[in-house]
Design a binder for this molecule. Structure first.
Ligand code: GDP
Ligand code: IMO
Ligand code: MG
Length: 424
């Protein structure tokens, strides 16, 4: 049975939610393995639109069990809001949702720290989502994190929170000139959500190992994207986890040799939210048109997304990093009314042609993208669900990318709805 990772091939928001929702119909398990409520995964089916931040995108298409793995950082208050939203759509979460006891909590102090640190960075700010992600992973790695298992023992939980707050309040007051956080109030505010979450907490590693033994189909849902990976992305303008394939293993407990497929999701162009280098960014009418056609506004923060042409140097890098053996192309329809469409095939750096994605952010800032230009198809592809019905010029565009990368598009998406999809 397939154990497939679905990974963003760009800087996030590639349409992972739509693809995971689609593929979950044939999956026994759907597992989120990293990130937190910085993610915003949009699902559209029938007349429903829902944006998921923590709950895997496998709740609505079939009966797959959904797992929030150990690698995810969980804001209990955000999670409970989302549980309620999903339940309001008629989903019974009992026996459908399983949350790792080893996953770490995002507590209110992480969010405060995220925001004050961003403020203090001034013009060097990363442009985080403000959801406390970085500070929560700092707590985890520095071994003062509080895990979901700790919610089971009230006394231990309170003790850990108080201990952590001692240090944090010193920093808040003396370094950042902020008010200290009151431990008692914080614990009280968390109480209701903690009680709601408790029944879902379990050993998800064990659960997934059993699923592997039983040869069940598993879908691992990445958040963010390869270029936001803390090790392999455009550091320091990255998130604080590993969205790439390796992160799927550490963040779920599924061993590398069990993985059968790594599917990369790429838009037919490129977007990025937050700061950092973006070689093919368009600060002109075409960029504006991509934003307008593609409704490129953050699903989590509402911020306008920066837009540009598809970057094949970056895509090939993501393919190599993750061992992607299949791709999905999303938002093809967004290019429907462009006279010409460009694709970056190489960079120029210091006057030399290169197809290497630089490891150094400053170098990436300096590259000049070299483009190949295609004639647009100038007709709507919305709703087309068979490959042969796509306009020939769109097929030329798709074929070029496949040949350039050497990886086939298994899925082509022609609209936000589940039904607006070509599966090949
Ligand atoms: P994710 O974070 O990767 O799950 O992606 P987001 O949900 O943040 O952003 C993708 C956006 O594009 C959402 O608003 C989707 O509804 C929308 N979308 C997904 N696929 C398509 C497509 O093929 N065409 C169009 N027009 N919109 C799409
Ligand atoms: P999905 O799963 C796009 C970006 C932020 C910022 C950087 C660090 O919906 O694709 P963080 O809050 O993680 O510390 O912010 O990462 N970022 C995303 N960009 N899509 C996302 O998630 C993102 N999650 C974080 O904008 O640049
Ligand atoms: Mg998103």
């Amino acid at each position: 049975m397939a154990v497939r990772i679905v990974i963003g091939a760009q800087w996030g928001d590639e349409g992972k939610g739509k693809v995971v929702d689609l593929l979950s119909a044939d999956s026994d398990y759907v597992v989120r393995y990293q990130g937190g409520a910085n993610a915003g995964h949009t699902l559209k089916f029938d007349d429903t639109t829902i944006v998921l931040h923590l709950i895997p995108s496998g709740m609505f298409n079939g009966n797959s069990k959904c797992v929030i793995g150990n690698g995810v950082v969980i804001d209990p208050i955000a999670l409970v809001e989302e549980l309620e939203e999903v339940e309001a759509l008629g989903v019974d979460l009992k026996n459908r949702l399983f949350i790792s006891s080893s996953a770490h909590l995002i507590l209110p102090y992480h969010k405060v720290l995220d925001n004050v640190k961003e403020k203090s960075r001034g013009s060097d700010a990363i442009g985080t989502t403000g959801r406390g992600i970085g500070p929560a992973y700092v707590s985890k790695v520095s071994r003062i994190g509080i895990r979901l298992i700790d919610l089971m023992d009230r006394e231990r939980l309170e003790e850990k929170i108080r201990k952590n707050l001692n240090d944090i309040n010193i920093a808040l007051e003396n370094v950042y000139n902020e008010d200290p956080i009151n431990a008692e109030k914080m614990i009280e505010d968390l109480e209701a959500s903690v009680e709601t979450i408790k029944p879902y907490i379990c050993n998800t590693t064990e659960l997934l190992h059993k699923a592997l033994q039983n040869n069940e189909a598993i879908l691992l849902e990445g958040a963010q994207g390869s270029l936001l990976d803390v090790d392999h992305g455009t550091y320091p303008y990255v998130t604080s986890s590993s969205p790439t394939a390796g992160g799927a293993c550490t963040g779920s407990g599924i061993p590398p040799l069990a993985i059968t497929n790594a599917m990369g999701i790429t838009k037919a162009y490129c977007t990025r939210v937050g700061n950092g280098p973006f070689p093919t960014e368009l600060n002109d009418e075409s960029g504006e048109k991509l934003r307008k056609n593609g409704q490129e506004f953050g699903a989590t923060t509402g911020r306008p997304r920066r837009c540009g042409w598809l970057d094949l140097v970056a895509l090939n890098y993501a393919i190599r990093l993750n061992g992607m053996n299949e791709l999905t192309l999303t938002k093809l329809d967004v290019l429907d009314d462009f006279e010409t469409i460009k694709v970056c095939t190489h960079y120029e750096l210091n006057g030399e042609k290169t197809d290497v994605f630089p490891a150094d952010c400053d170098e990436l800032d300096d590259v000049i993208p070299v483009y190949k230009t295609f004639t647009g198809w100038n007709t709507s592809t919305r709703n087309i669900s068979t490959y042969e019905n796509l306009p020939e010029k769109a097929r030329v565009y798709i074929r070029f990318i496949e040949e350039f990368t050497g990886v086939p598009f298994k899925i082509v998406s022609t609209g936000p709805k589940r039904s607006e999809t070509i599966v090949r």
